[in-house]
Design a protein around this ligand. Structure first.
Ligand code: SF4
Length: 193
């Protein structure tokens, strides 16, 4: 069955795609990340996703819209810490658009790659995905891809495939936060986390 898979970045997508294919889903990648700043970084992550799509013969849809709307969505929350309500709104914004696109383009079900990251709250993503699915009347498939060493598997696959792996979540505010303040090391830095 075809599934629309929101991709936050190529490394996180590796585990998600591998596992979904094991369940007989055929993911169509949906790259919608107006949160990624600066532009060079956005393009770097997009290129890595294109590379993965080519290597693994995946269909990739790129939606480059929404930057102004995203800024509006997080307005006033810029200085909050990573993992705060700003991130909740950011994730809601992207998954809601994914559900909307899925509904408008004949997909029956959607999912996302965010849960590959050890820093993403799976329960929160479940709630956000379920809400978006309800709003657009399609199904949401929730999987916590970090389980069963899913994150380590993504690190391994990204190395094998030589995919670019970033060292901050995405927005300029996460870029400004020094790693030591986030309490993370180089080894467990996540992709879109
Ligand atoms: S830290 Fe990540 S999830 Fe949070 S607002 Fe920035 S890009 Fe979005």
């Amino acid at each position: 069955m075809t599934i629309l898979l929101h991709v936050c970045c190529a490394p996180d997508a590796t585990t998600a795609v591998e596992r979904l294919r094991q369940e007989n889903y055929e993911p169509v990648l949906f790259f919608y990340n107006p949160n990624i700043q600066p532009q060079e970084e956005y393009l770097r992550r997009l290129e890595a996703t294109k590379k993965l799509a080519e290597l693994w013969k995946l269909r990739l849809i790129v939606d480059g819209s929404g930057e102004d709307l995203w800024r509006e969505e997080i307005k006033g929350l810029e200085e909050l810490k990573e993992g705060s309500i700003r991130c909740q709104k950011c994730i809601e914004f992207r998954l809601r658009r994914t559900a909307e696109y899925a509904r408008a383009n004949g997909f029956e079900i959607f999912s996302n790659t965010l849960t590959t990251s050890p820093k993403k709250n799976s329960q929160l993503i479940l709630e956000i995905g379920t809400k978006a699915a309800h709003e657009f009347q399609i199904q949401y498939l929730h999987r916590d891809f970090k389980k069963k060493n899913g994150f380590l598997r993504s690190v391994q696959l990204s190395k094998e495939l030589q995919l670019y792996r970033q060292n901050y979540c995405g927005c300029i505010y996460s870029l400004k936060t020094p790693k030591r303040e986030k309490g993370i090391s180089d080894e467990n830095i996540c992709s879109d986390e």
